[in-house]
Design a protein around this ligand. Structure first.
Ligand code: BDR
Ligand code: CA
Length: 319
């Protein structure tokens, strides 16, 4: 097990973002300082409210939610309604938020938090389009050398899901992704090659059902909708739960095998816009700051997720 990691989770909940939040809150290996939200799976307004509802379900409405960018840097908003539904978290009843959203703006929160902490203390985890991280790097360039690591769910070196070669989070705001990938911070890309191994099988749901809690039922409702959406839209039997793979990697790097490879984001290709291009020619340069996730220890990953739901459920019962 690695040392505890202090993170900001930049997200667009989203069924799998919701599971990333559960894992971050239910595992002692993570200190979650706050959520920043970004327009992606649904509008900024909807994903922000979803983030608040998930925190209520987790019994952790003390975690601040800072709304960030509502649209990509250059392009119009594109949401993933076919995968996440009209609310962005279809399949469950969403509790009303119990607290207002926090200020400042999500981008300013990232800047203030990183600048106010010791250098190397904060890890940025992004599970939506990279608009907020790009804006933060431009607003205060000194954050780049102070951030410990950036861990991104996005891209893929063999696979796409929104186009033949582009993954949704990168496709929505490729210019922002390009800024974030080109900055001098260490960056781990947890892309589709890895996250398509994180399938929520019926066995996983059975284990969560055994916990017998409201949060467990919430997870199961989310996964039922997600499974149907992935069956209809992407030909999967079970849904790939992408976003918590980033958090699992931080909790225990042994769960996610990685390989160093320089990465760039394709911005201009007629058929390849939004593709993440990994250079696997060996050896990777000594100063290579990029790594890509390659292989998931599925059992260990799901053990972590199920355990986090159990931990949050027990804490909720005690209240
Ligand atoms: C990514 O896109 C979103 O729909 C999911 O939440 C995940 O972050 C997968 O391509
Ligand atoms: Ca997401």
């Amino acid at each position: 097990m690695a040392e505890q990691r202090t993170i900001i989770l930049d997200c667009d909940p989203g069924h799998d973002d919701a599971v990333a939040i559960m894992l971050a809150l239910g595992n002692p290996g993570i200190e979650l300082l706050g959520l920043t939200t970004v327009g992606g799976n649904q509008t900024l307004e909807k994903v922000t409210r979803n983030a608040q509802s998930v925190l209520v379900m987790c019994g952790r409405d003390d975690v601040p939610v800072h709304p960030g960018a509502s649209r990509p840097l250059l392009r119009p908003v594109e949401v993933a309604e076919g995968i996440h539904g009209d609310s962005g978290l279809d399949g469950v009843e969403l509790p009303e938020p119990t607290r207002p959203v926090a200020s400042p703006h999500g981008v300013q929160f990232i800047v203030d938090t990183v600048m106010g902490a010791e250098p190397g203390a904060i890890t940025l985890v992004a599970t939506g389009p990279l608009t907020n991280l790009a804006l933060a790097a431009r607003l205060e360039p000194r954050i780049v050398e102070r951030v410990r690591e950036v861990v991104v769910m996005g891209g893929g070196y063999h696979e796409g899901n929104w186009t033949a070669v582009a993954e949704f989070n990168i496709w929505v705001d490729p210019e922002a992704a390009s800024i974030v990938f080109d900055e001098e911070w260490p960056l781990t890309m947890v892309g589709l090659d890895l996250t398509h191994q994180a399938l929520a099988t019926e066995e996983v749901e059975r284990q969560v059902a055994e916990i017998g809690s409201d949060l467990g039922e919430f997870f199961i409702g989310l996964m039922a909708f997600f499974r149907q959406a992935y069956r209809e839209n992407q030909g999967f039997d079970d849904p790939p739960v992408h976003d918590p793979c980033t958090v699992a990697y931080l909790i225990d790097p042994a769960v996610v095998a990685t390989r160093k490879a320089p990465l760039v984001v394709e911005l201009h290709g007629e058929h390849t816009k939004g593709m993440t291009v990994a250079d696997f020619r060996a050896p990777a340069p000594d100063d290579c700051r990029h790594q890509v996730a390659t292989e998931l220890d599925r059992d260990a990953f799901w053990r972590m997720v199920v355990e986090s739901i159990r931990v949050l459920s027990v804490a909720d019962e005690r209240r």
